[in-house]
Design a protein around this ligand. Structure first.
Ligand code: COA
Length: 179
């Protein structure tokens, strides 16, 4: 368990898959700036077992144990450097309270503390201000616009590319007491 101030990140277990399937199949969960997706529990279980993107998947929990979201790191299909990408989402009624920023901060600390990587990256639809602010508050820098990068609700949308380098991170912000 990775412990933050208001939320913790807990590795996603097989037992979490029914809840995760409910989230995946509820369009509001990933929201208007992520692809619309409907996936059966069977497919989700197969994907979890196969883990082709080398996903590291975590449930975002509040201190009382309630499950409020999902955050993952993954290896790009054609990795060319020492880097990982992250993605995240919260249930709608837990957004706008700082939980997303804290989950990203914990993930960045965890990845730079545990993996031999130079860079963590993320991409967001250009309209997704909450995600952009969460990244910027964690120290990510906007690198540029990826044109027609996301297929969302029937159209191709531009996305911003963000990254944080190890030298910009310098030291843990949240996981300071992790032995
Ligand atoms: C993106 C997301 C994880 C951000 O987490 P969050 O808990 O809502 O964000 P925070 O409360 O930590 O807020 C981060 C900053 O964004 C701002 N913000 C929050 N919601 C916002 C909104 N709808 N519009 C503009 N700014 C917003 C906050 O004010 C805060 O900035 P501040 O500290 O300067 O005030 C969450 O909104 C979410 O799950 N959205 C749907 C899924 C999604 O888009 N995932 C990311 C795909 S790239």
């Amino acid at each position: 368990m990775l412990e933050g101030k208001n939320v913790n990140l807990r590795v996603m277990e097989k037992e979490d898959l029914p809840l995760f399937a409910d989230w995946v199949n509820t369009p509001e969960f990933f929201g208007e700036y992520n692809p619309l997706r409907q996936t059966s529990k069977t497919e989700i279980e197969k994907g979890y077992e196969k883990n082709s993107l080398e996903l590291g998947e975590f449930i975002i929990e509040k201190k009382d144990g309630s499950k409020i979201g999902y955050i993952c790191h993954f290896t790009l299909v054609h990795p060319v450097g020492k880097l990982l990408e992250i993605g995240y989402s919260l249930v709608p009624n837990e957004r706008g309270k700082g939980n997303g920023t804290e989950a990203v901060e914990i993930m960045v600390d965890y990845l730079f503390l545990s993996k031999d990587i130079m860079r963590i990256q993320a991409c967001t639809d250009t309209r997704n201000h909450a995600s952009q602010k969460a990244l910027e508050k964690t120290g990510f820098k906007k690198e540029g616009t990826m044109r027609k990068y996301l297929f969302l609700r029937g159209e191709l949308r531009d996305a911003y590319s963000y990254s944080i380098l190890r030298e910009e991170w310098k030291e843990p912000k949240i996981l300071t007491k992790t032995p």
